[in-house]
Design a protein around this ligand. Structure first.
Ligand code: NAP
Length: 228
């Protein structure tokens, strides 16, 4: 498949590297290619500048959001949740129409400091906002409830644990399920929660996830739904 991964942060890099390792033709989308390549400082999370990571994977091309989406069969949104609509708007609705749009982002609002709050929350979700803004895209919310290393290597967490999937298009969810299987997720651990409104609940797991991260002191954990 030809994938466009939107996001030059740790999540975009991790997903893009996995897709490339699986043999998918993968590009990363960014706002401004030159500006991203010119960065020399670690990002706000302490990750090395993009070029440093890119040097080990030059076959993954860096393009603008629009260029990346135009050539892709499927798009993955791994941008900052507060800016995801902006990034997808820059990609252009025509470049997203008819395509599976996998939304990994969380609508974390850091404007009042730490810990972040969620916006939207409870009666709406980022997944729904994206689906409403791009009605011709097939939005599937998944993988947002765990650390990015676990997303692409579920064996980092011992025992059974769960990945949620939601979206309005059954065939799109089937495609995403195939992708998750290729990432190493057992079929029995992929839990379809129904339409995209389920994203309200999976996004609202983030405050719990953040507290668990603090309590455990590491990110190699995940939610496990017993009784499935
Ligand atoms: P991030 O720092 O949250 O986001 C970086 C990306 O957002 C960059 O590609 C950046 O574009 C884009 N961006 C920032 N401001 C923008 C704007 N005004 N307009 C358009 N695009 C903008 O990166 P991350 O830490 O890798 O997280 C990505 C997403 O995954 C987030 O929504 C996060 O909540 C979610 N998530 C993270 C984890 C995890 O393990 N860290 C786990 C689950 C979900 P440029 O490339 O142009 O700078």
């Amino acid at each position: 498949m030809r994938y466009a991964v939107f996001g030059t942060g740790i999540v975009g890099r991790t997903i893009a590297a996995k897709l490339a390792a699986l043999g998918h033709q993968t590009v990363i989308g960014t706002r401004d290619v030159e500006a991203t390549l010119a960065r020399t400082q670690p990002d706000s999370m302490g990750n090395p500048p993009f070029t440093q990571w890119h040097a080990s994977l030059p076959e993954v091309r860096l393009k603008t959001f629009a260029e990346a989406a135009e050539g892709a069969e499927a798009v993955i949104n791994a941008t900052a949740g507060a800016n995801s609509l902006e990034a997808l708007t820059a990609a252009g609705a025509d470049n997203l129409a008819g395509k599976v749009l996998i939304d990994i982002a969380n609508p974390l609002d850091f404007s009042a400091g730490m810990p972040p709050t969620l916006n939207p929350v409870n009666t709406d979700s980022l997944g729904e906002q994206i689906q409403r803004a791009f009605p011709d895209a097939k939005v599937v919310k998944t993988l947002n409830t765990m650390n990015c290393e676990v997303m692409v290597d579920p064996s980092r967490v011992a025992g059974a644990h769960t990945v949620f999937v939601s979206g309005n298009d059954a065939e799109a969810k089937n495609q995403v399920t195939e992708l998750l299987l290729s990432f190493g997720w057992p079929k029995a651990r992929i839990l379809d929660l129904g339409d995209i409104t389920a994203a309200r609940g999976t996004e609202m797991l983030l405050p719990v996830w953040l507290r668990l991260w603090g309590a455990l002191g590491h990110a190699d954990f995940n939610f496990h739904i017993a009784g499935t």
